[in-house]
Write a protein that binds this ligand. Structure first.
Ligand code: SF4
Length: 82
């Protein structure tokens, strides 16, 4: 699970914007302006219905600031991305 979903910066973060692009999901914001310090991104190659896709997860980041449920606050009623 990507740590960004509970990070204060998720709605402004350039790295998370890239993660959204790689997951092919909608962006929380169009023009992110926060540059994360040393995000460590774990990339998995997974088989999905016979096709391969890459799955990106930020596993650690020096800029992480805990704000539990921040992603959900920005996306009320939506399922948290896996
Ligand atoms: S954990 Fe790092 S990469 Fe993820 S939203 Fe926060 S600042 Fe951005």
């Amino acid at each position: 699970m990507c740590i960004c979903i509970n990070c204060k910066w998720v709605d402004r973060c350039i790295t998370y914007h890239d993660v959204e692009s790689n997951h092919g999901v909608n962006h929380i914001c169009d023009l992110p302006d926060f540059k994360a310090k040393k995000p460590y991104i774990h990339v998995n190659i997974v088989k999905d219905n016979g096709n391969y896709k890459t799955d990106w997860d930020v596993q650690s980041c020096e800029s992480f600031e805990n704000e539990f449920g921040k992603w959900s606050k920005c996306n009320p009623g939506m399922e948290i991305p896996a």
